[in-house]
Ligand binder design. Structure first.
Ligand code: MN
Length: 271
């Protein structure tokens, strides 16, 4: 029942997303269960926070992504429940609902800091602990009254806030650790593993910053795809085509790649 909306929005003949056919009972009480954050470049870039509860992933779209700064409250719009298997999903949605690129940005376990999660959700105040690669420590989701009410959000509007603890600090975690915890790649790498040709002409976003981001990512993915077969040939005496092509095309939209560190590890921020 809980996944009806999820299924109604999607055509699984067109989308590689899981259909949610599997069943899993989730633990109750203060027991660790799965969480993930997917970085989703669609009509707009956002981060989807998903917490396993009662056999589904409760989901919130966080436009600006999580922050480790307790003074910064991040808007989190509750969206339809997702299937448990979605917690491992990374890939390209070629068209339709959510068309774009999904990166598995963080994953791990979450533990409620309350005995009754349903009661906390009804109350609109859910305190919890995250143990992911990037996100750790104590957090709270608080339902807002007023925020977004002019848009008729029906109580779907929440704030995601980091509690002050040993894991909080003035570090922009989304910028510091931008890569996938699954593939260690960025959006262009993920698209290059799929079929970058699909968006040569019409892309999920055309104008503005998101359109420009898509344009740049599609161009880089196409370049990666073109250079990839050469890796099977003996390497040239000087530099291979791949690193130089990547360097030239990645520079405008992200900071120098921090290899594995960018995907997973991070230093402990200053409190
Ligand atoms: Mn999304």
């Amino acid at each position: 029942m809980a996944l009806d909306t999820y299924r109604e929005k999607r055509d699984f003949a067109q989308s590689p997303e899981p259909d949610g056919s599997s069943r899993r009972r989730s633990p109750a009480g203060r027991t660790p269960r799965a969480f993930c954050v997917q970085k989703h470049l669609a009509s707009h870039l956002h981060y989807d926070l998903r917490l396993e509860h009662n056999g589904v992933l409760l989901s919130w779209a966080v436009p600006k992504g999580p922050t480790l700064d307790p003074a910064t409250k991040r808007l989190a719009m509750q969206v339809e429940d997702h299937p448990i298997e979605y917690g491992d999903f990374e890939g390209v949605i070629p068209s339709g609902y959510g068309a774009g690129i999904v990166m598995l940005w963080d994953r791990g376990t979450w533990t409620p800091e309350v005995d009754d999660v349903d009661a906390a959700l009804t109350k609109g105040d859910l305190k919890f602990t995250l143990d992911g690669y990037k996100l750790k420590g104590s957090w709270v989701l608080v339902r807002t009254r007023g925020w977004g009410s002019s848009r008729g959000d029906d109580g779907r509007s929440w704030l995601l806030i980091k509690h002050k603890d040993e894991w909080s600090g003035a570090l922009d975690i989304a910028e510091f650790a931008p890569l996938s915890v699954k593939s260690e790649g960025d959006f262009a790498d993920i698209l290059a593993q799929d079929n970058p040709d699909i968006w040569k002409s019409t892309r999920p976003a055309q104008g503005g910053d998101t359109g420009a981001l898509f344009q740049s990512i599609v161009a880089r993915a196409l370049a990666l795809k073109q250079t990839a077969p050469r890796e099977a040939e003996p390497p040239p005496k000087t530099r291979s085509a791949r690193p130089s092509a990547r360097k030239a095309t990645t520079a405008p939209i992200r900071k120098p790649r921090a290899s594995r560190a960018g995907a997973t590890a991070r230093p402990k921020p200053r409190a």
